[in-house]
Design a protein around this ligand. Structure first.
Ligand SMILES: Cc1cc2nc3c(=O)[nH]c(=O)nc-3n(C[C@H](O)[C@H](O)[C@H](O)COP(=O)(O)OP(=O)(O)OC[C@H]3O[C@@H](n4cnc5c(N)ncnc54)[C@H](O)[C@@H]3O)c2cc1C
Length: 345
């Protein structure tokens, strides 16, 4: 492939405050800076925020050109306004490569904008490599096959998976931002507000150090011949409360709700880890009452250290899928762990 002189644009957006860049945005900045240095290419950072000058202070130290589309119209995620902003920034930067966080906000609009610009998009990028050309890495077939892609089509939009790069960190500094005007189409969608569960009811925490996985065993008959779903729920929530861990589930457990069985009310399919669920990134993982079958374990691809508690000495975890397995009854084990954690507080 011919060597091209690339013009790199990193897209970023603010969080709900409207004036602070999100962590995945700062991770994209790190990825962009590394790539620009390697290719000796120019880098521009594009910002979508209510108050772009305030948001830009976090990346002023990067010392690159800063473009922004800002104002109240960009306070909320909305296809029409976000697509207009991303298009305007891409055009203003003359971008050949657009690196953006794979946030719900940008994931929704990036493919549409790539199409408007006659470009191409790849998503779920985990690494940007290559010395002369750009080689991007992503996983296929639920994280079983890793592929390296390069393309000659430009502009090429690349959506990065969160947690694959360190967030750009520097002292906030005064930034000089070039304001770009985005031509807004007729806006048909007005955002009237957010309805979200209270923070302590959120069980999916992508930034947590620990992933706690609950398997179907929690709701199965226990050695006393009874099920103890209520107690299981209290133990699991107690552990999450004490540790701030993120809660994952096996498919069997979340499926049980649909089958009319006794269920844990705080679990949904969004918690499901595995081939047909999520593949989160956490430093550590603790699986409980789960068999460790391959379609589940494939979702643990990016979990650093794996431990499991299962009654079954022949379960998948003991067959080489976990670093440490406790062959034990998870009910008393988690009760004791919770007690120790509470005592430590
Ligand atoms: C196409 C396909 C896609 C799939 N995708 C997924 C997926 O994305 N995610 C997923 O999870 N599964 C997936 N599955 C299902 C997967 O194969 C398993 O069936 C599922 O993961 C099993 O869940 P489990 O281990 O919680 O339940 P079970 O297999 O019922 O295991 C429960 C475990 O709990 C243990 N246990 C019971 N009581 C206790 C106790 N008191 N203390 C400790 N241990 C106890 C038991 O010994 C047992 O090992 C998929 C299957 C297919 C065919």
């Amino acid at each position: 492939m011919d060597q091209k002189i690339e013009s790199l644009l990193v897209l970023t957006h603010a969080d709900e405050s409207g004036s602070t860049l999100t962590k995945p945005s700062l991770e994209a900045v790190t990825a962009g800076l590394e790539l620009a240095a390697r290719l000796s290419a120019t880098l521009t950072i594009g910002i979508v925020a209510v108050d772009a000058t305030a948001a830009a202070s976090a990346v002023a130290a990067a010392g690159v050109r800063l473009l922004a589309v800002s104002g109240e119209a960009f306070a909320q995620a909305r296809y029409a306004s976000d697509a207009a902003a991303v298009e305007a920034l891409s055009r203003a930067a003359n971008a050949t490569i657009v690196v953006a966080p794979g946030s719900s906000r940008f994931t929704r609009v990036a493919a549409g904008v790539a199409h408007r610009l006659d470009g191409f998009i790849d998503t779920h990028i985990t690494a940007l490599g290559g010395e002369q050309t750009i080689e991007t890495t992503r996983w296929f077939y639920r994280q079983r096959v890793e592929a390296v892609l390069s393309r000659s089509t430009r502009p090429w939009f690349l959506l990065l998976d969160a947690g694959t790069h360190a967030a750009f960190a520097s002292e906030p500094a005064k930034a000089s931002v070039e304001e770009i005007s985005a031509e807004l189409p007729t806006i048909r969608t007005t955002v009237s507000g957010f309805r979200a569960p209270a923070q302590d009811q959120q069980t999916i925490r992508p930034d947590a150090k620990l992933l706690f996985v609950a398997g179907a065993g929690w709701t199965k008959k226990q050695p006393d011949g009874q099920i103890h779903t209520e107690e299981a729920g209290k133990l699991i929530l107690g552990f999450l409360h004490a540790t701030g861990a993120s809660l994952g589930s096996s498919k069997s457990l979340v499926d049980q709700g649909g089958e009319g069985n006794s269920v844990l009310p705080f679990l949904t399919h969004l918690n499901q880890i595995g081939q047909t669920g999520a593949t989160p990134r956490h430093a550590k993982g603790l699986s409980t009452c789960c068999h460790g079958e391959e379609p589940h374990v494939v979702g643990w691809r990016f979990i650093g250290e794996r431990r499991a508690i299962s009654l079954d000495p022949n379960c998948g975890w003991t067959r080489g899928k976990a670093d440490v397995v406790y062959v034990a009854d998870a009910f008393p084990v988690i009760a004791k762990v919770n007690e120790l954690l509470e005592a430590k507080k």
